[in-house]
Design a protein around this ligand. Structure first.
Ligand SMILES: [Zn+2]
Length: 231
């Protein structure tokens, strides 16, 4: 299916709740320079909206990126962090850091991360990579072979690259939005996509926006993200 400006939609799988997982790639593309994904945490729907805006604003002919706006459609629809099985997908990746114990959204002493709609305790899944969304994303990365993965989150307002990431790309992104660069998000993320990428030597950036109305988020974050997709 072709959508506006040359972006082609592919169903790469189905969520635990049976919803389509749709990735957008420039028409005719087999491999990409990068993969941008959003909405892996369903209580961060502003990231989905930012990714959709990017698809509207960047002509696919100028981009060599794949965009996955709704990585966790079950959670996005329900307004919760987890998928339909109660799993935090960003704790379900088969990274060396994966742990069987429940994971916590915010550690003790991090009141800025507490929001009324946030649930703190999540399952990491029965086994690493147990969830269909995780499996579909791993298969997508194998198929498209991106050189960089950018994962949109909220609300920490920071850019956290993994060790293998080109510092120039990181500083361009951070400077465009006036975001600080951090080595990590400030608390352990067992089984996170970024940990799995680190294990593989695949450069990855966790890009966290702040809590703000959508127009403010678009004004601050879209210019740098648009430039990233156009490189
Ligand atoms: Zn998140």
């Amino acid at each position: 299916m072709l959508i506006a400006d040359g972006w082609e939609a592919h169903e790469m799988g189905r969520s635990r709740g049976g919803l389509p997982l749709t990735v957008y790639v420039p028409a005719g593309t087999r491999t990409v320079d990068g993969l941008l994904l959003a909405g892996i945490h369903g209580e961060e729907p502003e990231t989905l909206l930012l990714a959709r805006r990017l698809l509207e604003r960047v002509d696919a002919a100028d981009a060599a990126w794949a965009v996955l706006p709704a990585t966790n459609p079950d959670g996005l629809l329900a307004g919760v962090r987890q998928n339909a099985a109660g799993v935090d997908l960003n704790r379900n990746f088969p990274a060396a850091s994966w742990r069987a114990e429940d994971s916590f959204t915010y550690p003790p002493g991090a009141p800025e991360r507490r929001r009324p709609h946030r649930t703190n305790r999540s399952s990491p899944g029965g086994t690493p990579g147990s969830e269909p969304e995780t499996q579909a994303l791993l298969a997508l990365i194998d198929r498209l072979e991106p050189d960089l993965v950018v994962d949109l989150h909220s609300p920490l307002a920071l850019v956290a690259p993994t060790p293998h990431t080109d510092p120039l790309v990181v500083s361009r992104l951070a400077e465009a939005a006036d975001l600080p660069v951090r080595a990590d998000i400030g608390s352990p993320t067992p089984g996170a996509l970024r940990d799995w990428c680190t294990d593989r030597g695949l450069p990855a950036i966790t890009y966290e926006v702040e809590h703000a109305p959508l127009p403010a988020l678009c004004a601050r974050h879209l210019p740098g993200l648009e430039a990233l997709l156009r490189t």
